[in-house]
Design a protein around this ligand. Structure first.
Ligand code: ADP
Ligand code: ZN
Length: 528
């Protein structure tokens, strides 16, 4: 039996060399293909460019019958099929762009067993006519590409993907493989459930981008200057992307950078189509263009030498962060992912989330995603390890190429400060934002504080050992570790969670990062 398995693998290797002209499988490909050529089912998670296509193309060629590939990207089908035909693979596609006679000829070829691979749009695949045709054909496997399209909570939901679950009932003997580049844990679970692949083996790999150096810095009034220094010192004349949350901020940041001599162009949905096209073309063709953009920019942009991606606002999930930073360094040369974030980002994202129309279930998942993002920002351990762990991939050793590995943050015993901060939130009734609470801690004298009677609280003026910046860092980290939450409906009011009890009762000590002045620290450390 194992000899038979090895024979299939030998054949797979021969196809890799003779048809595709590659010498070796990538490590993950080998395992996946071994599993699939022998009839296993799988859920494959691999980032874009990881080499997913071979994972189903080769088993389709090795196994008897036609491999049916479901893909929503109709525009790409023809290119894929052309490329396969050029290397001698008998490939074809069926979608709405074909004229009737070509479609008929393709169907005949399928029935006659003359196709190795058939690409089909999902809405076409699930028609009764197509299913009957498949039932009369010999099938090697089903490959469901872009499998996250089945997720209603993802960003690319396609209702016709839901119907794909019927494939298994209709063709129980044909193995299936679902593939995607974007799937965090909840999405993955949803894919497996909706496609009936809970039992299928999961392969997660290739998410590490070792050439990208991750850095997170705290937002402050000079953050824009810090970004400018970062670009001038490290990426002078190089291409990069600066992401901002709002169109307004995109415009003002692009203007500001341009005034300081950079070639910075804005990109967001509020520009005309021509402007967007023009800016995109310049970004791709000219050297050293910095694209200042909302998340509207980037999908399908294939520029290998983007040297940095900067975030001036917090992305809403680690998934988004990974996708966006992943646009840097596609050529494998060193690149930077630089991000500045502050508590205000969290408040803003929470407000956007809570005021949205989405269902409560959806909001719960989005909240958890935001929390994971926030925890990443406040890490005191290797960022790459956390990022990969989020995608289910393990990195045994700290990476040595993130800010934490390169300059381990100093921590301090913040137990007493945390107790003061938490008590002050409690005493003021969990109805106030960070600025008010820290004003009370600092014993600030203001009309508002007096009229609320907060100058008579036991926590009034007990926090003079830190300044406002110091307290802000404490509050931010307490939110990140989940001891405080930010109430989006109450204009950013801080609220206690159950997790803070052991600290308030003195049963747990808490260590927080020391926040030095980010602007100065960054510049000094870069020279060494
Ligand atoms: P994905 O679908 O995961 O985005 P692709 O299947 O398009 O990735 O592959 C990305 C690139 O990697 C392609 O140019 C492909 O030819 C190349 N590639 C894939 N597998 C191998 C391999 N084993 N050896 C060398 N190059 C490979
Ligand atoms: Zn690291």
């Amino acid at each position: 039996y194992s000899g038979h398995k090895e024979a299939a693998m030998e054949q797979a290797r021969a196809v890799l060399r003779s048809t595709f002209g590659f010498n070796d499988f990538r490590p993950a490909q080998e395992e996946i293909i071994r599993h699939l050529v022998n009839g296993g089912e799988a859920l494959v998670l691999m980032p874009t460019g990881g080499g997913k296509s071979l994972c189903y193309q080769i088993p389709a060629l090795v196994r008897e019958g036609t491999g049916v590939v479901v893909s929503p990207l109709i525009a790409l089908m023809q290119d894929q099929v052309d490329a396969l035909r050029q290397v001698g693979v008998r490939a074809a596609y069926l979608n709405s762009t074909l004229d009737a006679s070509t479609a008929r000829a393709t169907e005949q070829a399928l029935l006659a067993g003359e196709l190795d691979l058939l690409y089909v749009a999902p809405e076409r695949l699930m028609t009764e006519r197509m299913l009957e045709l498949l039932a009369r054909s010999r099938l090697a496997l089903f490959a469901i590409d872009e499998a996250h399209c089945v997720s209603q909570w993802g960003h690319n939901f396609r209702p016709e993907y839901l119907k794909l679950s019927a494939l298994h009932e209709r063709f129980p003997e044909v193995p299936r493989v679902a593939l995607t580049a974007t799937a965090d844990a909840p999405t993955r679970k949803e894919i497996a459930e909706r496609l009936g692949l809970v039992q299928a083996r999961r392969f997660i790999s290739g998410f590490d981008r070792p050439n990208i150096r991750y850095r997170v810095t705290q937002k402050h009034s000079g953050t824009r200057n810090e970004l400018l220094c970062f670009i001038r010192d490290h990426h002078d004349g190089e291409a990069g992307i600066v992401y901002c949350l709002s169109r307004k901020k995109v415009d003002s940041t692009a203007d500001w950078l341009r005034e300081r001599g950079l070639t910075a162009l804005p990109y967001h949905a509020g520009l005309t189509k021509d402007e967007r096209q023009d800016h995109q073309t310049r970004f791709l063709r000219e050297d050293g263009v910095v694209m200042v953009a909302t998340i509207a920019f980037g999908m399908g942009i294939d520029k290998p030498d983007v040297r940095f991606v900067a975030h001036l606002d917090l992305p809403k999930s680690l998934e988004a962060y990974y996708q966006e930073t992943g646009r840097a360094g596609r050529d494998g040369l060193p690149a930077d992912a630089w991000m500045a974030y502050g508590l205000q980002d969290v408040i803003m994202l929470r407000q956007m989330l809570e005021s949205g129309e989405a269902s409560e279930d959806f909001k719960r998942i989005e909240r958890a995603r935001l929390e994971a993002m926030l925890a990443y920002c406040e890490l005191t351990t290797c960022r790459r390890q956390r990022l990969l762990a989020y995608f289910g991939e393990a990195l045994p050793e700290p990476c040595g190429n993130c800010d934490i590995c390169l300059e381990p943050p100093e921590t301090w015993d913040a137990t007493l400060a945390a107790q003061k901060a938490l008590s002050c939130v409690h005493r003021t009734g969990q109805r106030f934002g960070v600025n008010h609470v820290l004003a009370v801690l600092l014993g600030k004298d203001s009309e508002r504080i007096r009229s609320l009677g907060h100058d008579r609280l036991s926590t009034y003026g007990i926090g003079t050992e830190l300044d406002a910046t110091g307290w802000r860092a404490v509050f931010r980290q307490l939110v990140a570790v989940g001891m405080l939450t930010v109430d989006a409906e109450g204009f950013g009011a801080l609220k206690l969670t159950d997790a803070c009890r052991p600290v308030l009762r003195g049963e747990r000590r808490i260590w927080l990062r020391k926040d030095a002045r980010p602007a100065r620290r960054t510049r000094r450390r870069e020279r060494t």
